[in-house]
Design a protein around this ligand. Structure first.
Ligand code: Q9C
Ligand code: ZN
Length: 336
């Protein structure tokens, strides 16, 4: 399978995250990408599609914030990575605030997603990697793999969170839609609910979003991904959430996957953007499913049987030593 990665994605390297009340090493580390790269051979570099496809998904004020946040943090004489400490949960609106702490809270929803010096470069090239894979599919490849990192599915139109800054899958899906390749469906099989992707498309009926993930009653991101979230307005019925319990094994997982695939097929999708997280792995340090390495090939093959042109976008997966092998197994299920 053709795959893409850009060295500049490695410039994003936060030092630590706030996890369960303590500073811990950053789980979404650059070595994740190195491990995957080694397991899948030599991915081709990203092409530069510029800002327009990113601006088609993200608000201009958010992008300006993200680009300038680390420099503003340093200008305020702070050390290390920029991170929020207060959030406008009540009546969040587009305020034009100067203080970096106010801006950080305005544009984020958690404290596990710091902005480091190389974050903008890394996120920008991660998005370009997704667009490059999508473009290969538009040009006729049946599948293409984007080794995106940082990941994207928790980022909304104007906020970051969950190790995500730019929503790579949403940018690719919107680009495919704009190119006339639709109807476009997004299937999210990361362990965590893709709340940012859902938020971006939940009021739209022209892009379908389906997600299989850990029950948000027990797992991050808690507030989104419940089964009763099915879309709104024009998007009523174009969102599908299938929460699964901790401990989920391959048989139960495949039963849920078959439901999601049938819905995508019935909806009439012509192109699939696949948010793939390998954090469903039994050995993942921050997750609690029981998918084994060999199961990833079965999952990949089941999705491939849908027969849709597919851009595979890397999301999570934190068992760094096993990550490349798990990703390679998943891709092997597509047999091309
Ligand atoms: N104590 C992705 O897999 N930290 N993001 C959870 C729980 C955030 C995962 C902290 C997990 C984000 C792309
Ligand atoms: Zn995840």
């Amino acid at each position: 399978m053709i795959s893409f990665f850009d060295e500049r994605q490695l410039r994003h390297a936060p030092l630590r995250e706030l996890h369960n009340g303590a500073w811990t090493p950053y789980a979404e580390c650059a070595d994740r990408a190195r491990n995957i790269r080694e397991a899948i051979g030599t991915p081709a570099p990203a092409r530069d599609f510029g800002m327009a496809p990113i601006e088609a998904v993200h608000d201009a004020d958010y992008l300006a914030f993200l680009k300038g946040a680390h420099a503003a943090w340093r200008a305020a004489l702070r050390e290390d990575d920029a991170i929020a400490y207060t959030w406008p949960v009540v009546r969040r609106r587009k305020l034009s605030l100067d203080r970096i702490d106010a801006r950080l809270g305005q544009y984020s929803f958690d404290a596990s997603t710091p902005i480091a010096e190389g974050t903008w470069d890394g996120a920008y090239w991660s998005a370009q990697t997704a667009l490059t894979a999508l473009d290969a599919v538009l040009a006729g490849a049946r599948t293409a793999f984007a080794l995106c990192r940082p990941p994207g599915h928790h980022a909304g139109a104007d906020y970051l969170g969950g190790y995500c800054y730019l929503n790579n899958a949403a940018i690719a899906a919107q680009h495919a839609h704009a190119a006339g390749a639709g109807p476009v469906a997004i299937l999210d099989v990361d362990y965590h609910h893709g709340n940012g992707t859902q938020d971006i498309f939940e009021a739209r009926g022209d892009i379908f979003f389906a997600s299989i993930h850990a029950n948000p009653a027990t797992d991050y991101p808690y507030y989104w991904g419940h089964a009763d979230e099915t879309g709104s307005g024009d998007g009523d019925g174009a969102t599908l959430n299938i929460p699964m319990p901790r401990g989920t094994r391959i048989d139960a997982y495949l039963a849920a996957l078959d439901i999601a695939l049938a819905r995508i097929n019935d909806w009439g999708a012509r192109l699939l953007v696949l948010s793939f997280g390998a954090d469903t792995f039994s050995g993942d340090p921050i997750s609690h499913f029981a998918i084994e390495t060999e199961d990833f090939a079965t999952i990949g093959a089941r999705i491939a049987a849908l027969g849709l042109p597919t851009a595979i976008i890397m999301e999570g997966g934190y068992a760094v030593g096993d990550l490349g092998g798990n990703v390679a197994r998943f891709l092997s299920g597509f047999q091309d």
